[in-house]
Design a binder for this molecule. Structure first.
Ligand code: NAP
Length: 240
C-alpha cells in the first residue's frame, strides 16, 4: 500500500547516510517520519533536512531503557526501518579479535533484533520491518571477514523473523558501497580511491548515493506481498 500522511515510519539510524535518505524519501512519498539516533545534535540536524511534519528523538539502541522510552514516546506506527551502524572494521583472519568482532556485530545485528523486539508492542501488525545488511554477504573477500559475516547473519535473522512475525512483513536491504558519512573516518584521498575502485567494480560504473538505496526501502514498505526478501542494491557488482 502506498505511503500516506497517516502512515507512520520510524527510522532508527535515520539521522545520517542511508537512514536519513530513507526518511527523506518516505516523507516525500507522503508518510509521517520519525527519526532516531544517539546524538540530540544529529536528530536536530536531520530534522532541519526533513519536512516540518517529521519528528525525531534521541535513542541509543545499546540501551534497553533508551529503546523503551523511545518507542513509548513514538506511540503506534506502521513501518520500522533499521539502519544504525558504526565504523567499519576490515581485517583478515590473522587480525581476528573476538571482542572486536562482538562489538562489530552489536549494533548491526544484536541491537537490531532487540530494537525489533521492543518495537513489536506498538508496531502495526500489517506493517513492515526493514533491516540493513550489505552486498558483502554474497561476495566475501579478503578483508571482508566481519562485514560479510554480519551481513549474512542479518539476512538469516530477517528470514526467521518474517516467518515468526507474519503477517508483519520483514525484509532486508543489502547495499554495495554507498557514499555516506560511514566512510568519513578515512582520509579524503583514500575515500576517493575506494569509491572509484568500488564504482569500477559495478556494472553501472559508480558507487551508490544514499538516495539510490533509499528508494528500495520505500518500495519494500509499499509492497504488501513481499516478505522474507533481500533487495541487493549494488549496481550489479555481484555479476562483475
Ligand atoms: N555506507 C555503505 O557503503 C554501506 C554499505 C553496506 C552496508 N552499510 C550498512 O548500512 C548501515 C547504515 O550505514 P550508513 O552508511 O548510513 O552509516 P552512517 O551514515 O554512519 O549512519 C549511521 C547511523 O547510525 C546511528 N547510530 C550509530 N550508533 C547508534 C546507536 N547506538 N543507537 C542509535 N543510532 C545509532 C548514527 O547516528 P548517531 O551517531 O547520532 O547515533 C547514524 O544516524 C550500517 O549498518 C552499514 O554497515 C553501509
Amino acid at each position: 500500500m502506498s505511503l500516506s500522511p497517516s502512515t507512520r515510519v520510524v527510522v532508527i539510524g535515520g539521522t545520517s547516510g542511508i537512514g536519513l535518505a530513507v526518511a527523506q524519501a518516505a516523507a516525500k512519498a507522503g508518510a509521517q517520519v520519525i527519526v532516531g539516533s544517539r546524538s540530540e545534535q544529529s536528530v536536530k540536524r536531520a530534522l532541519s533536512l526533513l519536512p516540518g511534519h517529521a519528528g525525531g528523538l534521541p535513542v541509543d539502541v545499546t540501551s534497553a531503557v533508551s529503546l523503551e522510552s523511545f518507542f513509548a514516546q513514538v506511540g503506534a506506527f506502521d513501518h520500522l526501518v533499521y539502519t544504525a551502524g558504526d565504523a567499519l572494521v576490515r581485517g583478515v583472519i590473522t587480525d581476528y579479535d573476538p571482542q572486536q568482532a562482538h562489538d562489530f556485530f552489536d549494533i548491526r545485528l544484536f541491537r537490531a533484533l532487540d530494537t525489533v523486539r521492543r518495537a513489536l508492542a506498538t508496531l502495526h501488525g500489517s506493517g513492515s520491518v526493514t533491516l540493513t545488511s550489505g552486498a558483502a554477504a554474497f561476495h566475501g573477500g579478503t578483508g571482508r571477514l566481519l562485514g560479510s559475516t554480519v551481513s549474512a547473519a542479518v539476512i538469516a535473522a530477517a528470514r526467521s523473523l518474517a516467518a515468526e512475525l507474519a503477517p508483519l512483513r520483514v525484509n532486508v536491504v543489502a547495499p554495495g558501497v554507498v557514499r555516506t558519512p560511514l566512510w568519513s573516518n578515512m582520509p579524503e584521498q583514500a575515500q576517493k580511491l575506494l569509491f572509484d575502485r568500488a564504482g569500477g567494480d559495478t556494472l553501472l560504473g559508480r558507487v551508490a548515493d544514499p538516495e539510490d538505496v533509499a528508494k528500495v526501502y520505500v518500495s519494500l514498505m509499499e509492497q504488501d506481498y513481499v516478505t522474507g526478501n533481500v533487495a541487493v542494491v549494488d549496481g550489479g557488482s555481484i555479476l562483475k
